[in-house]
Design a protein around this ligand. Structure first.
Ligand code: AMP
Length: 304
């Protein structure tokens, strides 16, 4: 096949029809230009790193509900991984991802090779400022700059009207909103609720690293958020006390290595000492080889 072969459709043995992944920027742009030329369309973008699960599919469904054409990108973004992180072992299964996307009916799947997004000589990075520095930014320096840069590139390549992100990665949503506002990207950022397993654990591609015991202990992240929510509902307003409670509960699980519990303003990520309105309670922990995060918006009158 020529390097920039046009996208074709094919039928899988199980009868589902889905497009081949589009690899080249020029092809994704041409295909979208063709669709836009035919009629006015609302384009939705769902950026992912693949290894798709129901959390990703919930974003695709949300995009389908309000967009005419949905583009899903699958790209394990090298510039958002630190040297000691799991870039090389990050789970990948494109066939399975394509089948899942076919089952929910995605219009286009953009799967660029790394060299397509970062050709020789690439060096521009987006510094998103203070929103990238706290929470996960502390232990993952450069992570959100890498995220912001790849999202900016995807927004420029696809020019979506709406882009969909999971609230599970709450800091990522704040960072992207900051960038979109500061750099005047003409796109609406939509944050979708966290999808959890029956045991409460937030779905994550990294859950694949967990043993059965680790998974069972990892549910303490969600349990600790529920405990904090209940404490606030019962009148507790002191962030320091709430964080101590979370730390204690997580500390009871010997396979879970507590990293942080923070209580911050949901829009700015600035620390909050007294819970007087909605706050973002965000936690991170290592469980075996998986670095897991979770969060909940909590407010004094109830809500999550
Ligand atoms: P990732 O492939 O992990 O980069 O995630 C791609 C998108 O899916 C991001 O916007 C994530 O926030 C979102 N996402 C991942 N897990 C979940 C989940 N459990 N619920 C909702 N959205 C999720």
């Amino acid at each position: 096949m020529p390097e920039h072969a046009p996208e074709t459709s094919r039928t899988r043995p199980d009868g589902l029809l889905f497009p081949d992944p589009v690899r080249a920027i020029i092809d994704v742009r041409e295909k979208l230009a063709g669709l836009r030329h035919e009629k006015a369309i609302v384009v939705g973008l769902v950026p992912t790193m693949g290894s798709l699960h129901e959390g990703h599919l919930s974003l695709v469904r949300a995009a389908q509900a309000s967009c005419d054409v949905v583009v899903v990108s699958i790209f394990i973004n090298p510039i958002q991984f630190g040297a000691a992180e799991d870039m090389d072992t990050y789970p990948a299964d494109l066939e399975k991802d394509m089948a899942l996307l076919a089952s929910v009916g995605t219009d286009m799947v953009f799967v660029p090779p790394a060299g397509e997004l970062y050709p020789e000589g690439f060096e521009t990075m987006i510094d998103v400022g203070s929103t990238a520095k706290g929470l996960c930014g502390q232990s993952r320096p450069g992570h959100f700059e890498g995220v912001a840069t790849v999202v900016a590139k995807l927004l420029n390549i696809i020019s979506p009207d709406r882009a969909f992100f999971g609230q599970k990665d709450a800091q990522q949503v704040v960072v992207i909103r900051r960038m979109v506002s500061d750099l005047n990207f003409d796109v609406e950022i939509i944050s979708c609720p966290t999808v959890r397993g029956d045991d409460g654990l937030a779905l994550s591609s990294r859950n694949a690293y967990l043993s059965e015991d680790e998974r069972s202990q990892a549910t303490v992240l969600y349990r600790s958020l529920l405990q904090a929510r209940d404490a606030v509902a019962a009148g507790e307003t002191r962030s320091a006390k709430l964080k101590r409670m979370i730390r204690k509960l997580i500390g009871a699980e010997y396979m879970v290595d507590f990293e942080y519990a923070r209580i911050v303003d949901p829009w700015t990520l600035e620390p909050v000492d007294e819970v007087e309105g909605p706050v973002l309670v965000a936690i991170a922990a290592m469980v075996g080889n998986a670095r897991l995060i979770d969060n909940m918006i909590i407010e004094p009158g109830g809500g999550s």
